[in-house]
Design a protein around this ligand. Structure first.
Ligand SMILES: NC(=O)C1=CN([C@@H]2O[C@H](COP(=O)(O)OP(=O)(O)OC[C@H]3O[C@@H](n4cnc5c(N)ncnc54)[C@H](OP(=O)(O)O)[C@@H]3O)[C@@H](O)[C@H]2O)C=CC1
Ligand SMILES: Cc1cn([C@H]2C[C@H](O)[C@@H](COP(=O)(O)OP(=O)(O)O[C@H]3O[C@@H](C)C(=O)[C@@H](O)[C@H]3O)O2)c(=O)[nH]c1=O
Length: 287
């Protein structure tokens, strides 16, 4: 495999890419955490591109605090839009391919059918808006890019819904979980596998792709499955989104249609519950 640089390497997806690259014996890859590569530091990035001359850049760096973004618009925009723009500019200059990760939260969520790459993105929160602006920046600068929109990422690394539920489920007697926000959980290890699969099978079909695990559920279904698999006994109540007040509004329906990614790159995508069993097993074995 040709030389790859991973930006934002100490986040959840960065950690999963590391695990998978080690398993697959991918050696020509450099993982750069924020302290070594700040995607807002153009001069620093340029020096990295000059010395590394990567064939691929994977951008895992992002501002992902959905509620906090409502109050930190400028910071979210700098990281999610300007950071993506900086990497696209340098990829163009150094003839590298950019693999960038975006989100189902670019959608408003008012269509009750799986969303394709051609469906209009109309974000309803600051995080989604700044991620969409990042997509647009890349598309306007670069030809050689793969933007992968994914959803509801979780893994044994970083902060995510599965780890939150396992913690709260052990602490509380009762949890109230939103049942009218529908999407698809995605095991970040599966996404990491898919990213390397795309690089290995790069056929220059650049553009925007939707990738999540297979299947559909609500946050309530997801929480119930976590408690079931982890054998955690907690009373779980389904509630409506309006009953759970958060700073940011979340889309009601953000299931993504994966026909394009499957048609272009093949590789079977695991069903969300099967991957959840794998992740919960790993989390339980850590305790
Ligand atoms: N998590 C999810 O549920 C989903 C995530 N995504 C997208 O997937 C991608 C990966 O997400 P995930 O791994 O979960 O996110 P994380 O928040 O776990 O990781 C993001 C990483 O980016 C780093 N970072 C922030 N600012 C900069 C910067 N200026 N330069 C370099 N690095 C920086 C963060 O460092 P620090 O922690 O120090 O700030 C963090 O390590 C993101 O693009 C996200 O938008 C899409 C759908 C769902
Ligand atoms: C803790 C908790 C959350 N919830 C709800 C709130 C929210 O609608 C949903 C998920 O909450 P979280 O804050 O864990 O997840 P959130 O940060 O909204 O997750 C999103 O993150 C960004 C980065 C993405 O790109 C999205 O794809 C998506 O994964 O669960 C409950 O209903 N009950 C609870 O006890």
């Amino acid at each position: 495999m040709s030389k790859i640089i991973v930006f934002g390497a100490s986040g959840q997806l960065g950690a999963c890419l590391k695990v998978v690259s080690e398993k697959q014996n991918i050696s020509d890859i450099n993982f750069l955490p924020e302290e070594q590569a700040n995607i807002l530091d153009v001069a620093g990035l340029e020096a990295i591109f000059k010395s590394e001359t990567p064939a691929y850049c994977i951008n895992c760096a992002a501002y992902t605090a959905v509620d906090k973004a409502e109050d930190e618009v400028d910071l979210a925009r700098r990281i999610n839009r300007d950071g993506a723009e900086n990497l696209a500019t340098l990829c163009k200059q150094f003839n590298a391919t950019l693999i960038h990760i975006s989100t189902d939260f670019v959608f408003e969520g008012n269509l009750a059918r799986p969303l394709t790459e051609l469906d209009e993105a109309r974000p309803i929160n600051v995080y989604g808006l700044t991620k969409l602006e990042g997509e647009h920046a890349i598309e306007s600068i670069l030809n050689k890019y793969y933007i992968l929109r994914t959803s509801w990422l979780y893994s044994e690394f970083g902060n995510n819904f599965v780890k939150t539920m396992m913690r709260l489920g052990a602490e509380k007697d009762e949890l109230r979980i939103i049942a009218d926000q529908i999407g698809t959980p995605t095991y970040a290890i599966d996404l990491a596998h898919y990213i390397f699969h795309i690089i290995e099978n790069d056929n220059a079909q650049y553009g925007l792709y939707h990738y999540s695990n297979e299947g559909v559920c609500s946050w309530y279904d997801f929480a119930k499955a976590i408690f079931d698999i982890a054998d955690i006994k907690v009373n779980t109540l389904p509630i409506r989104g309006v009953e759970y007040v958060t700073k940011a509004i979340r889309p009601g329906f953000s299931v993504m249609d994966k026909s394009k990614v499957k048609g272009t790159f093949g590789l079977e995508i695991p069903y969300w519950r099967d991957s959840l069993v794998e992740c919960v097993g790993k989390l339980k074995s850590q305790n």
